[in-house]
Structures are given as structure tokens and as C-alpha cells.
Design a protein around this ligand. Structure first.
Ligand SMILES: Cc1cc2nc3c(=O)[nH]c(=O)nc-3n(C[C@H](O)[C@H](O)[C@H](O)COP(=O)(O)OP(=O)(O)OC[C@H]3O[C@@H](n4cnc5c(N)ncnc54)[C@H](O)[C@@H]3O)c2cc1C
Length: 382
């Protein structure tokens, strides 16, 4: 792909000092929590952690100062994200707002929405959920049926969302709703809305995942009224806006670092003179990790320059999530050969967590087959 041969690879070395500061902060946080290591970074919803991260200036880094942000480059932010994920930090309380909602409002929100929401995202006060999927529209997002109809001075919402991560804890949801007919292009008639999840007439029901944890939800709107100024962008522009959100969602380090700590513990457990076969398996994993990281950094550099490399972002997700899914399988094979006395508890905990969670990694942010379709189209193969 020409993008990857022609796009300069940004240099993250100038941010080594920042990297070290974040690492030291995470060590302090682990000490504060009284634990040696976090397992399950994704499900770690800890508003206190997010607030302390914000105080250090590591939340809202891509938000301009006039909206309460830090106005740092995307590459500095990238370094912070890498460290948070590599350390397994509990990021769920701020992740969606910082990754998706803030850029969405910056691009498409009104001045009033930016002034109200962005400072509270940058301080860690507001947590957001994503309201895209519905019972009959996951991959086929254009089939969204939740309706937003003009009502009095605002909008009335009727319908249901599904798989909404952390909706039971978040303050707000950005929901994709139908505001008009599909039109000729099938992507018309959709709009995005800011919905206050604490409203008493919204019903939020848990869905337990494979591990038995409550992370997902179904969210029901039964004639829920919202003010007119809660629409994001122009009516009917929802599809275009959602697609721009997904470019940020697909290419970030969270698409290949979710199982990083398992790789680290495997290397540690293998020791300085590993068995040849074990060294080969781990070496191949590390080589794949290094390659996808470089792709992701190139995409981050392009986003930083204002480009929209959607195909390349989708490629990072495809290659990254494949690596994440292979990691526990390879770890399991290696551990099967390891005498029980030589195993370490953290490695076993990480493996147990990843075995139960990695099956979902090729679904979240877009199912694998659909993402491959996007890549094929981008390459002109479809
Ligand atoms: C951990 C996790 C967190 C999530 N968080 C959220 C969230 O916060 N908010 C939210 O809105 N959604 C969320 N989702 C939902 C996610 O976006 C959807 O699961 C995903 O888009 C797939 O939709 P679906 O589940 O309806 O599956 P379906 O679309 O029914 O797909 C089922 C299978 O059919 C295949 N398939 C579907 N269409 C095609 C096609 N055209 N060509 C080839 N194969 C196809 C898919 O690849 C998949 O394997 C989350 C999902 C997971 C796993």
C-alpha cells in the first residue's frame, strides 16, 4: 500500500521524558491501589484514576486550551495512550469521551456544546457511552431504527440500543438515531444526539459477557424528550459523522495493545535462555507487534496532519486484533509445556482474562468481515 511506503514514520523518541513520567505516575497509582498489577484495563472504570490523570494533563490532550484541554499533539497523546494500555491502567471511565466524543464535538458540535462538554471531558468529569448498535443493526449500522422525531421545542427519542459499554455508569451517550427517510444512498436520514443517561425515564438493563461481568447494556428510550440543542451537527449528517469517529476508534493503540501485558509476562517467564521453540513463538509475536505498532504510528502521524486514512486505520484494526486473538492461544500452548511450579500467578491471571475477552476483539469497533470489506474497497478490490 502506497500510504505505508510513502508516509513518513513519526519519531516518538522526543517524548521519552513524557513516557517516563506516565510510567512513574502509573507506578504511584498501583501503589495507591495496593496492587502489583492491574488485570482487565478495559473494564477498569475508575473515575478517581481518570481525574488524577486529568490533573497531570494527560486527558483532553487533543482538546484546545480554550475548551479546557491541553492542546498537545496527537503524537504526545499517542505516547500516553501506549503507556496507559501497556500498564493495564483502568481507563474505561474516560476512554470513549477522550477518544471519540471530544473529536466529534470539535468537528461537528456547536460552540455551546463545545463549551459545555469539552472542559468536563478534559477534567474527567463526564463519561460517555456509544449508542450505535441496535438489536437488528450492528454491522449494518445504516439500518438503525431508533427514532428521533421533532417534538415541542426539541426531539422525542423512541427505540433501543444494545451492547452499550458502560452505559450503566456513564453520564452521557452519543446516540445515532433515525430522523428522516433513508433516501437514495441508504445512509441518509441519520443524526447524532447527546443523551443524558441519568434521566429517570431511560431504562438500562445489563448484559453479562462471557466472563460473567457486567460491562454491556441494553438501553431503552420510550418517548424520551430532549432539548433541541442536543443534536450534534446537521440533521441527516449522522452517517458521515459516525464514519469520522470510527477512524479514530480503529487505528489507536487499543487495537493491538489489549494483550500486550501477556506478551511481556511470557517473555519474563521464558527467561534469558528460553527453549528454542518458545523463543520462536514469542519472537514471532513480538515481530508482529512491532510491525502493527509502526503502522499505527504512521496512521497517527497522518491524522495529526489532518488526513483521514480510513483504509489504513481499518488495516491496523484487522492486523492488531488478529495479533490480540492469537496471543492467548500461543501463551496457552507455551504454558501447557511449562511445569506448574515454574508458572507465575500474574501470567495465569492475564491468560485467563484474555482467553475470555479476546473473542470479542474482532467484533468491537466493527466486525472483522466488515472491516476487511472496507480495506478491500479502499484498495480498489471491491
Ligand atoms: C466488547 C464490545 C464492546 C462493544 N461496545 C459497543 C458500544 O459501546 N456501543 C455500541 O453501539 N456497540 C458496541 N459493540 C457492538 C459492536 O459494534 C457490534 O457487535 C458489531 O458492530 C457487530 O454487530 P452485531 O453484533 O450486530 O453482529 P452482526 O452484524 O449480526 O454480525 C454477526 C456476524 O456476521 C458477520 N457479518 C455481518 N455482516 C456481514 C457482511 N456484510 N459481510 C460479511 N460478514 C458479515 C459479522 O462479521 C459477524 O461475524 C460492542 C461489541 C463488543 C464485542
Amino acid at each position: 500500500m502506497q500510504f505505508f511506503t510513502d508516509t513518513p514514520l513519526p519519531d516518538l523518541a522526543p517524548f521519552a521524558g513524557l513516557r517516563a513520567e506516565v510510567r512513574a505516575f502509573l507506578a504511584e497509582e498501583r501503589a495507591r491501589a495496593g496492587i502489583e498489577s492491574w488485570v482487565g484495563s478495559w473494564e477498569g472504570f475508575d473515575r478517581g484514576f481518570s481525574t488524577r490523570l486529568a490533573r497531570r494533563g494527560w486527558l483532553g490532550m487533543a482538546i484546545p486550551e480554550r475548551y479546557g484541554g491541553r492542546e498537545r499533539g496527537l503524537l504526545e497523546r499517542y505516547v500516553v495512550l501506549e503507556e496507559l494500555l501497556a500498564g493495564g491502567a483502568p481507563v474505561a471511565a474516560h476512554w470513549i469521551a477522550d477518544r471519540q466524543t471530544a473529536p466529534l464535538l470539535l468537528r461537528f458540535g456547536t460552540e455551546e456544546q463545545r463549551r459545555r462538554f469539552l472542559p468536563r471531558i478534559a477534567s474527567g468529569e463526564y463519561s460517555f457511552a456509544i449508542g450505535m448498535s441496535e438489536p437488528d443493526s450492528g454491522s449494518d449500522l445504516a439500518a438503525v431504527r431508533t427514532k428521533a422525531a421533532p417534538s415541542g421545542n426539541g426531539w422525542r427519542i423512541d427505540g433501543a440500543k444494545i451492547w452499550s459499554s458502560n452505559a450503566h455508569r456513564a453520564d452521557w451517550m452519543v446516540a445515532l438515531c433515525r430522523t428522516g427517510d433513508t433516501g437514495d444512498d441508504r445512509h441518509g436520514g441519520l443524526s447524532q444526539f447527546l443523551i443524558d443517561l441519568k434521566a429517570p425515564d431511560i431504562a438500562i438493563r445489563p448484559i453479562h459477557n462471557l466472563a460473567g461481568d457486567h460491562h454491556f447494556n441494553e438501553v431503552f428510550f420510550d418517548g424520551h424528550d430532549i432539548p433541541a440543542d442536543r443534536i450534534v451537527g446537521n440533521p441527516g449528517d449522522g452517517w458521515r459523522q459516525v464514519m469520522s469517529e470510527l477512524a479514530f476508534e480503529r487505528s489507536a493503540p487499543d487495537r493491538f495493545l489489549s494483550t500486550f501485558r501477556l506478551i511481556v509476562e511470557l517473555v519474563r517467564a521464558a527467561g534469558p535462555e528460553p527453549d528454542r521453540l518458545v523463543a520462536g513463538e514469542i519472537g514471532a509475536l513480538v515481530a508482529r507487534l512491532a510491525a502493527v505498532r509502526l503502522l499505527s504510528i504512521q496512521v497517527a502521524g497522518a491524522l495529526d496532519r489532518g488526513a483521514t486514512p480510513n483504509t489504513e486505520a481499518a488495516l491496523v484494526k484487522e492486523v492488531g486484533t488478529a495479533l490480540e486473538q492469537d496471543t492467548p492461544e500461543i501463551a496457552r500452548r507455551i504454558l501447557a509445556e511449562t511445569p506448574p511450579g515454574d508458572r507465575n500467578a500474574l501470567l495465569e491471571d492475564l491468560l485467563a482474562y484474555d482467553v475470555l475477552h479476546t473473542p470479542s476483539f474482532t467484533l468491537r469497533g466493527g466486525a472483522r468481515e466488515v472491516v476487511r470489506g472496507i480495506i478491500a474497497r479502499g484498495l480498489g478490490l471491491r
